[in-house]
Design a protein around this ligand. Structure first.
Ligand code: SF4
Length: 287
């Protein structure tokens, strides 16, 4: 039984995948989209989850972020926007995109973003998109546009998974920037991060056996209160045993995925380094 907890959040904020696959496919994507089969979230099921969350949290949902895969690929994207706003009139509503499809979106999309006060956030990948046109369109419609990684060269952090699953869940959860932060809604359940709910794509594509269980998430229909959910989200989950938060591999030059397992698992060379540092930690009696 784990004892570690992150600070209790006062409000919920969550993200939701509209589309599992992507039109860009970044190396080491932490939603595993490069190896995901085509998949679209059902907007009616999503709305049921919104209704349940609004019963539990009322106005205490600070933000909802529509993500993917690439969310602009969902044919009912406008419905996701409208229904999110219908059930959460005071909540910040964001749309995270790689921007590739933005200049081809119809007027109804821009009107929905304007009317429902959606903030469009583009991750600044080193790819060619027409930022002048995008700025012109968002300006014309009066839509807030933000860039993540603006004025910086986008690099990637490797999400290191260890299929042996012998990691210390408390340590990994504590050191993880996603835990209790990148909260994820999927099929009526909330997860403390984006990794546990999407790693099934890796299992399927590479025939891996990372185990997932109901203990990795909380059922929003079984939960009795908002507090019960917030308490769950601040604690480690069994899946944390697969994340290796000791091994930090940062600053990877962005490129498209080659769909290799070593984008998420360590290469032989990286394993040697990990084993060396494990030994050093052992000598000093550190975890
Ligand atoms: S499973 Fe645990 S350690 Fe891994 S990303 Fe999620 S919260 Fe972080």
């Amino acid at each position: 039984m784990s004892s570690y907890m992150k600070p209790l959040k006062k409000k919920l904020r969550f993200e939701v995948n509209l589309v599992e696959h992507c039109n860009l496919n970044c190396i080491g994507c932490d939603h595993f989209s490069p190896v995901a089969e085509e998949g679209f979230t059902d907007v009616d099921k999503y709305e049921r989850d919104l209704i349940r969350l609004s019963e539990l949290f009322g106005d205490d949902v600070s933000s909802i972020t529509l993500v993917g895969g690439e969310p602009l690929m969902h044919p009912q994207l406008i419905e996701f926007i409208k229904r999110s706003r219908r059930h959460f009139p005071k909540t910040g509503l964001g749309l995270f995109t790689n921007g590739i499809l933005l200049t081809r979106m119809p007027a109804q999309f821009w009107e929905a973003c304007r009317d429902e006060k959606v903030v469009i956030i583009i991750t600044n990948y080193p790819i060619k998109i027409d930022n002048d046109k995008i700025r012109q369109l968002t300006g014309e419609y009066g839509i807030q546009l933000d860039y993540s990684w603006e004025n910086k060269l986008k690099t990637m952090h490797k999400l290191v998974l260890d299929p042996e699953g012998k990691g210390d869940v408390d340590y990994n959860f504590k050191k993880c920037y996603r835990s209790n932060s990148c909260i994820f809604l999927q099929d009526g359940r909330l997860y403390t991060c984006t990794v546990a709910p999407t790693a099934h794509h890796l299992n399927k594509h590479f025939d891996q056996k990372l185990e997932m269980s109901e203990k990795d998430s909380i059922d929003i229909y079984q939960a009795q209160s908002a507090n019960e959910i917030l308490e769950f989200l601040r604690r480690p989950i069994p899946f944390c045993r697969y994340c290796d938060m000791h091994t930090k591999i940062k600053g990877i030059t962005w490129k498209q995925s080659d769909k290799k397992l070593t984008e998420w698992y360590l290469t032989d060379e990286e394993k040697k380094k990990r084993d060396f540092w494990r030994k050093v930690r052992g000598i000093f009696g550190r975890k």
